[in-house]
Design a protein around this ligand. Sequence first.
Ligand SMILES: Nc1ncnc2c1ncn2[C@@H]1O[C@H](COP(=O)(O)OP(=O)(O)OP(=O)(O)O)[C@@H](O)[C@H]1O
Length: 592
Amino acid sequence: MEPSGAPEPPAPTRPDAERVVLRLARPYLGRLLGAGLLAAATEFAGLALMATATWLLMSAAGRPPLDRLTVAIVAVRALAVGRGVFRYTERLAGHDAVLRMVTDVRARVFAALAARREGADRRTGDALSRLVSDVEAAQDLLLRVLVPGAAAALVSLLAVGGAALVSPPAAGVLAVGLLVAGVALPALATRLTRRAADEVAPLRGALAVDAVDLTHGAADLAAFGATDAALTAAEGRAGRLARLERRLAAVGFAVDATGVLVGGLTAAAVVVVALRAGVSGVLVGVLAVGTPAAVEVALALVAAARQRTQLRAGLARVADLLTEPAAPEPVGAPEPVSGGHDVRFEDVTVRYRAGAAPALAGFDLDLPAGRRVAVVGPSGAGKSTLAAALTGAVRPAAGRVTVGGVPVSAQPGDGLPRIVGGLLAEAYVFHATVRENLLLGRPDAGEADLAAATRAAGLLDWVRDQPDGWDTVVGEQGGQLSGGQRQRLALARALLAAPPVLVLDEPTEGLDPAAADAVLDSALAATPAGHSVLLISHRLSGLAGFDEILVLEGGRVVQRGRHEELVTRPGWYREQWLRQEAAERGYLALAP
Ligand SMILES: Nc1ncnc2c1ncn2[C@@H]1O[C@H](COP(=O)(O)OP(=O)(O)OP(=O)(O)O)[C@@H](O)[C@H]1O
């Protein structure tokens, strides 16, 4: 078996990926331009330093009067110091601009990943790789491609201009050498590495997925005897990545060596042409030393091109994520805030994928303040989707969900969680203490509040039995708790938060029937009057006190009413009720 980190196909590179990322850099353009100019000043100072120092040494050999050398001596010192200062300020300015932009990009990528429940197939490892290495691609595009590339191009032009002042024919030869180093070699490097580079980013993403799957799924892989196969598959991908990286490094080495050769040949040709043109010995010396230095500056464009090739796939993945069409906004102008916490679903349809059957279809529900509604139905009926639409985790394709008269999508960022909350599907228990997990629900809760909530969830006795009490650490994802204890802890946190609209998605999952009934009763008793409850459950026991019960099947409401009505009507509810009663009576009869 292969873990779910199956190899992702190479990302189709998008020609506009760089443009998408560069649009995000627009607010920082001024700073980036400054960094580019400082980078050019650094390179230019280096080149000028080399040329001036050569002129100084060769002129000094002829023992001229010292005052003829004074300007050059001062220039050498100024250029040497200036170069360091320019380099330092360029690094500061460039990193300042880019890190600001990256913070922005990372926040957007995070929001794009988080906003799409329908994108849940994007696995943790892949999401991590998108957030970390792909976003770094955006950073490198500016810092290692555009800024140094632009600086190298500018300084190459200045070098040709400077050489032209000494000898136009020699400047012509230098221009040819610089074109080879700064245009032909980068194009060659791009051509040779493009295909391999396109495979690297998705392979790194797949390896990150492997790492997460192999760690989190270790117990299950071992239980099914699939560890070796999973490791082999992951090693295969790691090996392929290593081969690709070796190939890229070899091509890089060959291109770099060619660059050095171009520098030497250009310098020789410049010297020959300059001598033939009758340039003085000192200036020929300056050209001979300055030419390889200028070619080296132009070779920065090779490095920039190589980087750019390696960044393409990562940039495409970032651009894909940032340009995915958002779910449609609900039609109609947002309504005035009426306050209160009446919940209304009006003809709500939710679709996770275009063309797929809706997870929720034409759903209507009134949940005025203080009302208690239970939603039941077979697995996959759309119950959790309904809760997700209420908490804003999924956006309806049609219809609308309002809380206090305001559509969920128009609620202010922190407004909705203060009204709607509770125990949602697969509640996360943090690797922290019981107290810290609970305080997430209500940070200012006192010990008495913690005790009341855990008592209602049936966990208080267990907490009191622990040597560390409230400070018991529960392990990663609550791994040091039993399934039932984990569920009770999550329920206690929801009860402690006590939102005016309490959503309980399978709050008694993992508990035996007697415990489930007791916990549901005490949880409901602990919910303040006036607070609404939306219970999602596959168990029908304990629903007698609910104002309305909805039976969902295939995303549609097939029955609705109170418990005493539904048990008498033929249909899913009655059948399921009789089945569960018989099963649980049998279970209780077996119990000691
Ligand atoms: N993130 C998702 N992406 C794509 N499809 C999804 C997603 N979540 C749910 N679905 C699909 O939507 C439908 C309804 O799922 P939902 O989780 O709402 O059902 P449920 O009634 O809560 O099921 P259960 O009782 O098993 O938890 C199912 O067909 C499911 O496959």
